[in-house]
Each structure stands twice: as C-alpha cells, then as structure tokens.
Write a protein that binds this ligand. Structure first.
Ligand code: SF4
Ligand code: SF4
Length: 327
C-alpha cells in the first residue's frame, strides 16, 4: 500500500512543500568536491552530546512530507529492540553523553520502547522523546506518569504540531489529526511533563508572527509551552532532497558566519536498524538514515569520524536554513 493510500493520509500536497526547481544532476555526487570543483565542507564530531535511537519507521500517520516516509506500513527501519540498544547506551555512558533522543516513526508504537526509555532514565541520561501525542502515546499514560513522578524533567516530550492552525496541521498530517494532538498536548501539560513543541512555517510566514499565534493557541488551550523560547517551540526549516539548493563548500562557513560545530552531526549520531540487516548501525544524523555515505559503522567508536556534507539536507536544513552562502 502506498503512503498516500493510507487511511487518513492527507489528500493534497503539503502546505509546507518547498517551491524550487529540481536539483540538477552532478550536485552532491562527490564527497570531496562540489559540482563546481570546490572543496566540500565536512564536520568533525566534537563530542557525542546526544545519541538518537530510531525506534523504527512505523507510524500511525503518513504525513505528506515526512522526511523518513513513515506510515502504518513502512518498516524500512525495523523496531529497535531493547537488547540491541543496550550496547549503544553502554558506549554512550562511557563517552559522557548527556542525552538520549528517541525518534521514529512514532516511538510509542515500538513494543519495547517503554522499557528502553526507563533503562535510559535509570542510567542518568536526559531523555527526549519525539511523538505526535496521539493514540499510541495515550495507551501508555500510566507508565508515562510513573516515569514523570520518578524522573521529573529528565524526561522531555517534544510533540509535533506542524502549524498553529488546524488547516495547516491537517494539510500536512491528514484529516482528524488536529483534535487528538491537542488532547495529547493538554494531557501532557496538565500532568506537568517537561514539554516542547515542534512546528513549521508556511512558505513566506514570518517567524515572530507564527510564535505569537502559537502563544495565543497555547494560552487558549492551557498548554504550558513558552512559544517565545526556541528550545521549547522549535520551528524547523523545510527539507526536500529533490529540490535545488547550493552545495556547502569550506568557504561557506566564514561567509555565513557559522561554524561546523553548529550543525547536528558535530554533537550527535543516530542508531538505526535497517530491515534485512542483522544488527543496528550508526548513521551520521537523524536526517539521513538510509544513505550508505552517511552510514558510520556498527558502534559509536567507529562512528566518530568526519561527515562530508554531501546531501541536500546538509545544505537546506542544517547550514543554510533559509540563508544563502553565495558571496
Ligand atoms: S508523525 Fe512524524 S514520523 Fe509519523 S508520518 Fe508524521 S512526520 Fe513522519
Ligand atoms: S544533514 Fe548533513 S549537515 Fe545536517 S546533521 Fe546530517 S550529515 Fe550533518
């Protein structure tokens, strides 16, 4: 079954889609050099501050531009088992990693997720769980309340609310996705969980105005999230690997006033278990789980090398984020 045929999938194109010409052939082809022959930027791992565990791509939704193409039937990344995750937690502990992030798919669909989350907190890590706060999460209310009581703000849930309007959110996430997400957010907030929201901007939408609209929504709904705090309301740039974007050269950093230390692969990695592979492996980041050039090895020790920024997501999402590095 295709993702679009999934029950409750959005009927039309995403309201957040990137409007840009197709990516020309020849770009992002060589890890060392860009299409124009310049030296491609790369990023060393400075310290593994956050280790992401991908719990599997299965999801109760099939959002229009889900970068990982999750759906109720896509198990290209299988459920990460508790046993398979433990060696990575051991390694992360030895490295002094602060935070374990969980993403999917929808993490609460993985039957071994709750024990894994508990193990993570028991070991003293901060835990960050990305969820849509819908039925799969609500099935685990009792276990979540017990974790909140025991670990308090060591556990944070970051809930996707793609837009501050129901139309924007459901245009991306499908009909009848707004109400359950709002109920889930109200439940988390009402029970005092450490809470964040991941949102997006429509093309041309002004960030300050969007934050004001989110703030009004949160006030109306009794959701305790500071919409002015970029760490609590995270507004992400859009991604589309088929759309044209500039490649990132070593010269871009100074032009943009940015540093390789600013991008996620300087401080994080993600464990993925690909279907058909005997064991999980480590990808450079959360955004590129399938590409062999971004497969870093089967342990955190192996995965500590430099990452060549040889993918459109490196440019559009991480480095440019709406800026341009042409001088
Ligand atoms: S809820 Fe998240 S993982 Fe699931 S389809 Fe939507 S964007 Fe993808
Ligand atoms: S998309 Fe590229 S630049 Fe961004 S974190 Fe991943 S590998 Fe690094």
């Amino acid at each position: 079954m295709s993702r679009a045929a999934t029950r409750n999938a959005p009927a039309g194109p995403s309201p957040f889609r990137v409007e840009a010409p197709a990516l020309p052939r020849g770009k992002f082809a060589d890890p060392q050099r860009t299409a124009t022959g310049e030296r491609r930027a790369s990023v060393p791992l400075s310290a593994l501050e956050t280790l992401w565990l991908n719990t599997g791509t299965l999801c109760n939704l099939a959002c229009a531009t889900c970068y990982i193409e999750s759906s109720p039937t896509n198990d290209a990344l299988v459920y990460l088992s508790h046993a398979a995750a433990l060696p990575f937690l051991d390694e992360a502990q030895a490295l002094g990693t602060r935070e374990i992030g969980f993403t999917g798919g929808e993490p609460f669909m993985n039957p071994e997720f709750l024990p894994l989350l508990e193990e993570t907190l028991k070991r003293g890590f901060d835990a960050l769980v990305l969820s849509n706060a819908m039925k799969p999460m609500r099935r685990h209310e009792t276990a979540l309340l017990a974790l909140r009581a025991r670990y308090g703000t060591k556990l944070t849930l970051r809930i996707s609310l793609d837009h501050h309007t129901q139309a924007g959110h459901e245009g991306e996430r499908g009909p009848r996705s707004w109400g359950p997400a709002m109920q889930g957010l109200r439940w988390l907030s009402g029970h005092g969980f450490s809470l964040a929201v991941a949102g997006r901007l429509l093309p041309g939408e002004n960030e300050a105005e969007a934050r004001a609209h989110y703030a009004a929504l949160f006030a109306r709904e009794g959701i305790a999230v500071g919409a002015g705090d970029p760490a609590r309301l995270v507004l992400f740039p859009e991604m589309d690997e088929s759309a044209d974007i500039a490649e990132i050269t070593t010269g871009c950093w100074s032009i943009l006033g940015k540093s390789p230390a600013d991008v996620m692969c300087a401080t994080s990695r993600m464990v993925v278990h690909r279907k058909g592979e005997p064991a999980p492996r480590v990808a450079a980041c959360t955004l590129i789980p399938h590409h062999s050039d971004f497969d870093m090895g089967d342990s955190l020790a192996e995965a500590s090398g430099e990452v060549a920024l040889n993918h459109p997501h490196c440019a559009r999402f991480c480095v440019l984020g709406g800026a341009s590095c042409s001088a």
